[in-house]
Design a protein around this ligand. Structure first.
Ligand code: SF4
Ligand code: SF4
Length: 343
């Protein structure tokens, strides 16, 4: 792997140059408590220290709502919607979110490639950014706190800039034109700092070890009392799934126009926490109760993803941070598995 260094001042200049390649998105503070990936107009507004964005990066490749095609019954014609091929550059993506994007790839690219997702993903550039955890994070027990694939560049914090790992050919092409102007060689002191940063980060997590055996305990304790107790608090709002970086469920509806002749087929994010999600013909519901829906999410998120060799849940903490009922996902999982030591 190739490593280079960039100063803080040159990082701002590098972001300016990236804007010339495509649409640059980066973390911005949008309210007292919330951050989001926003289009960068002024590079000085980019936030380098944040814990999580309200919207997960997947929405750049798999939007919350998109028209798949339009139809006109008078002409018996379909007008397919082709996704834009404009370059989308995501700067400041944390390790957990990069792994979550790889879980999305495993569903939308590896099995039956989804042309809408594929086009956007092929035109996406991912630039990672190191971070320190808060009390909601548990990416360490998911083994994804240090990512080794899925990024073009990865920026690791240094006192006076960043140590940059170059992950792909696209990453090389971003660095090459500015190698002499904006980048420098990495020094032993930089490596020393990176290593102490990693050690500091490991010590800050409130849970330790790895949770690889969690899914087996979940299967063995299907009737754990936690499910009834916690699902009674659940409002069924769907925040936990809509903010999750690895949730994939969608619904597709044909929406006719008022003229009765034209219309659109629309795909939009769905949530397994909605009652309608398990509803099928004949008014039968596969997940009739809140408890059924609650159990479904816990098992889905903790199932094994072959592509990343860990669970679909990457431990980003969003589902707890944004839950209006203050349901503690990490703590509840620990209760099922019988893990002790922090939550
Ligand atoms: S965010 Fe909380 S209240 Fe809303 S559906 Fe999820 S668990 Fe239930
Ligand atoms: S289940 Fe919760 S903690 Fe896990 S990836 Fe989704 S939002 Fe993050």
């Amino acid at each position: 792997m190739r490593y280079v260094k960039i100063s803080t001042q040159n990082t701002y200049e590098f972001l300016e140059r990236l804007k010339k390649i495509g649409v640059l998105y980066a973390p911005h503070k949008i309210s007292d408590k919330f951050y989001d990936f926003c289009e960068v107009e002024d590079v000085n507004n980019v936030v380098f220290n944040y814990h999580r964005t309200i919207r997960p990066p997947r929405h750049f490749f798999y939007p919350e709502r998109e028209v798949l095609f339009a139809f006109d019954t008078r002409k018996v014609e379909l007008y397919e919607n082709t996704p834009s091929k404009r370059k989308q550059i995501l700067f400041g993506v944390h390790s957990c979110d990069i792994v979550a994007l790889r879980t999305m790839d495993s569903k939308f690219l590896d099995d039956q490639p989804d042309p809408y997702y594929k086009t956007r993903r092929e035109n996406g550039i991912i630039i990672g950014l190191s971070c320190l955890p808060d009390e909601y994070c548990f990416c360490n027990v998911r083994r994804v706190e240090f990512v080794d694939a899925g990024f073009d560049l990865f920026f690791h914090e240094l006192p006076d800039g960043f140590l940059v790992r170059v992950g792909t050919v696209v990453g090389h092409k971003l660095v090459d034109p500015y190698e002499k102007e904006l980048f420098q060689e990495v020094t032993p002191a930089d490596v020393e700092y990176m290593s102490s940063f990693e050690e500091k980060r490991s010590s800050m997590f409130t849970v330790k070890g790895n949770w690889d055996n969690l899914r087996y305990f979940m299967e063995l304790r299907l009737d754990h009392p936690m499910y009834m107790r916690e699902s009674e608090k659940c409002l069924g709002c769907g925040n936990c799934t809509l903010t999750c970086p690895s949730c994939k469920c969608y619904d597709v509806q044909d929406i006719p126009s008022i003229d009765g002749r034209t219309g659109e087929r629309v795909r939009f994010w769905d949530s397994c926490q909605f009652r309608s999600h398990g509803l099928v013909a004949g008014d039968h519901n596969f997940r009739e109760t809140k408890k059924d829906r609650f159990i479904n999410r816990y098992h889905c998120k903790n199932s094994y993803c072959t592509a990343t060799t860990t669970s679909y849940c990457v431990g980003c903490g969003r589902c707890t941070y944004f839950c209006p009922a203050e349901i503690q996902f990490k703590k509840n999982l620990m209760e099922i598995a019988g893990y002790h030591g922090g939550a």
